[in-house]
Design a protein around this ligand. Structure first.
Ligand SMILES: N[C@@H](CCC(=O)N[C@@H](CS)C(=O)NCC(=O)O)C(=O)O
Length: 220
């Protein structure tokens, strides 16, 4: 049986959701972030050296990195579900968005969060300098990059309403976290299809069931 090492308010929500979509039984081991640093507790490092979430264990296997976990789950218990057929146009799109989520979308969103948090941890005297640097990086680099990415996501949803075409796939599961993060940190107002997609995934029974298993989730 797969055990999901689940950190509250984290990317592992997607793993619970995928397992719920597939109707597979699994166990959840919960870990709580440190209230001050928001980092994972040291016990998670006993499961995987980096101590990041998600991690799953399955028999003798320990698998980290959300995309790798999604591939492992689909390969072992997916039975061909939530992945377009090999060789199809949809499969190419699926692979692109599956990797885009952590490879391209999350880095500027994480940097946005770090630049917003950084001044709070600096000595009061130089905090204004920290804020100035953060807002310059945001304005000249991160902001435009995030907007370009949101524009691409918005146009992709024209091809059938899901990231890989007209069927819901694990690429939608992977893309949920960056779109939720962008929605909460930047706003999706100018991207109505993306906003509607987000509302649709939040209505899925498996998404709701995963929230019940994983606990409260604040999309941040
Ligand atoms: N690209 C990795 C990112 C893993 C990651 O940074 N996870 C965050 C949770 S969303 C984490 O564990 N943060 C707590 C910490 O760094 O201590 C993945 O998708 O698995």
């Amino acid at each position: 049986m797969i055990t999901v090492h689940h950190l509250n308010n984290s990317r592992s929500q997607r793993v619970l959701w995928l397992l719920e979509e597939l109707g597979v039984s699994y166990e959840v081991k919960r870990y709580e972030r440190d209230a001050k640093t928001m980092l994972a507790p040291p016990e998670l490092r006993a499961v995987h050296p980096l101590g990041k979430s998600p991690v799953i264990t399955d028999g003798s296997h320990t698998i980290a990195e959300t995309g790798a976990i999604v591939e492992y789950i689909l390969d072992t218990v997916g039975k061909g579900r939530l992945i377009p057929p090999a060789g199809s146009e949809e499969r190419l799109r699926y692979t692109y968005w599956l990797h885009f989520a952590e490879g391209s979308a999350m880095p500027p969103l994480v940097m946005t969060l770090l630049f917003a948090e950084m001044p709070k941890r600096m000595p009061a005297l130089i905090r204004p300098v920290g804020r100035m640097i953060g807002s310059a990086v945001q304005k000249s680099y991160l902001g435009p990059m995030i907007q370009a990415q949101l524009g691409l996501m918005e146009s992709e949803l024209l091809h059938g309403g899901w990231f890989a075409g007209d069927a819901f796939t694990a690429a939608d599961v992977m893309m949920s976290f960056p779109v939720e993060a962008a929605g909460s940190r930047i706003g999706l107002g100018a991207h109505p299809r993306l906003d509607a997609w987000l509302m649709r995934i939040h209505e899925r029974p498996a998404y709701k069931a995963a929230l019940e298993r994983g606990g409260p989730y604040a999309f941040a």
